[in-house]
Write a protein that binds this ligand. Structure first.
Ligand code: NAP
Length: 306
C-alpha cells in the first residue's frame, strides 16, 4: 500500500498537517517517536493560542489536535523513523518496525533541547539537571533552583518554578533578556526570582545529585558558587534534522530551508514547524506551517503521475 502523505513528527505542525491532509481525503499517516505535542506538551499553560481565553495546558491541546486529525481519518503511529529515502518518486519511510511507501513526506520533527556541553551535565541529568520545568518542577517543591537562559522558555520556566520553589535564580549570559516583554514584566516583579546577569555556567557540582553551579561573570571574570538543588537548562532548541542531513538543504543555523509553501527542493517533500528556517517559532506558526504543507502535498500528489 502507498500512502499519499506521511508526516514525521507529532507536534502542532505535524498534527495540523495531518488534519488538513486527511480532511482533503489523502491517505495520511503521522509517525511520532515519543508523545503527541512535542515541545508544546512540556508547556504548562499557553496563553497565546487563539480561541482559549483561559490558558490551555500543552498536553491537552496536543490531545485535542491528535483526536481532531484522527476524526478525519489520519492514522497515527508511535514508532521511531530511522531512515528516509526521499529522492525517488515513491518515497520510503523506515521505522524501527516497518517500511512504508508514500507519494509525499512532510517533515515536522521539531527540535531538541540544547545542552550546555559540560561534562557534569550528562552525569547529573535526571539527578538535578533538567530541560523541562513543567515535567520536573514538582520534584523541587520548597527547594532552590537555577534556570539558565534568557529567552521565552527560561523566563517562563523561572516564573513557573517560583510557584513551587523556595527561590529561583535566573542566570543569563547578557544584561538583557530575549524573552517577550510580558514575560519580562512578570519576572521582574517576581520576588522569588533573582536574576544573575552577564553570567555563564562553568561547572555543575554534586556527587549523587546537583548541589551547586559554578558561574562566571563574563564582564568581571569573577567566579562564584550558587548552592542549588536543581538546574533547569533553557538555552534554546536544536532542529532535529539528523534524518535529512546531506539530503535536504539546511540554513546556517541547521534549520530546513523551504519556500513559502513549505516545499523543500525535493519534489513532494515539505517541512513545517520549528524544524524550518523562519522568524517566529510559536505553536500558532507551527500549526499554520502544517496547514500550508498539507495543502502543498495535496496539490502535488494530485498532479503527479506517481
Ligand atoms: P531562544 O529564544 O533561542 O533563547 C535561548 C536563550 O538561551 C537566549 O537567551 C540565549 O542567550 C541563551 N543561550 C543560548 N545558548 C546559550 C549558552 N550556550 N549558554 C548560555 N545561554 C545560552 O530559545 P527558547 O527560549 O527555548 O525559545 C525557542 C522558541 O520558542 C522561540 O522562538 C520562542 O519565542 C518560542 N517560545 C515561545 C513561548 C511563548 O510564546 N509562550 C514559550 C517558549 C518558547 P542570548 O539571548 O544571549 O542569545
Amino acid at each position: 500500500m502507498v500512502y499519499d502523505v506521511i508526516i514525521v513528527g507529532g507536534g502542532p505542525a505535524g498534527f495540523t498537517a495531518a488534519l488538513y491532509s486527511a480532511r482533503a481525503n489523502l491517505k495520511t499517516l503521522l509517525i511520532e517517536r515519543m508523545f503527541s505535542g512535542g515541545q508544546m506538551a512540556t508547556t504548562e499553560v499557553m496563553e497565546n493560542y487563539p480561541g482559549f481565553e483561559d490558558p490551555i495546558n500543552g498536553i491537552e491541546l496536543a490531545m485535542r489536535m491528535e483526536n481532531q486529525a484522527k476524526k478525519f481519518g489520519a492514522e497515527v503511529l508511535y514508532d521511531e523513523v530511522v531512515e528516509l529515502e526521499l529522492k525517488e518518486s515513491i518515497k520510503t519511510v523506515t521505522t524501527r518496525k516497518t517500511v512504508f511507501s508514500t507519494k509525499s513526506v512532510i517533515l515536522a520533527m521539531g527540535g531538541s533541547y540544547r545542552r550546555l556541553g559540560l561534562d557534569q551535565e550528562n552525569r547529573l541529568m535526571g539527578r538535578g539537571v533538567s530541560y523541562c520545568a513543567t515535567c520536573d518542577g514538582s520534584f523541587y517543591r520548597d527547594m532552590t533552583v537555577a534556570v539558565i537562559g534568557g529567552g521565552d522558555t527560561a523566563v517562563e520556566d523561572a516564573n513557573y518554578l517560583s510557584r513551587m520553589c523556595k527561590k529561583v535564580y535566573l542566570v543569563h549570559r547578557r544584561d538583557a533578556l530575549r524573552a517577550v516583554k510580558s514575560l519580562q514584566d512578570e519576572v521582574f516583579h517576581n520576588k522569588k526570582v533573582e536574576i544573575i546577569w552577564d553570567s555563564v555556567v562553568e561547572d555543575i557540582e554534586g556527587v549523587e545529585a546537583v548541589e551547586a553551579i559554578r558561574i562566571k561573570n563574563v564582564k568581571t571574570e569573577k567566579l562564584s558558587t550558587l548552592k542549588i538543588d536543581g538546574v533547569f537548562v533553557a538555552i534554546g532548541i536544536n532542529p532535529n534534522t539528523k534524518l535529512v542531513e546531506g539530503v535536504i538543504e539546511l540554513s546556517e543555523s541547521g534549520h530546513i530551508l523551504t519556500d513559502e509553501n513549505m516545499n523543500t527542493k525535493i519534489p513532494r517533500v515539505m517541512a513545517c514547524g520549528d524544524i524550518r528556517e523562519k522568524n517566529l517559532r510559536q505553536v500558532i506558526t507551527a500549526a499554520a506551517d502544517g496547514a500550508i504543507a498539507a495543502y502543498s502535498a495535496e496539490r502535488q500528489v494530485d498532479s503527479c503521475d506517481c
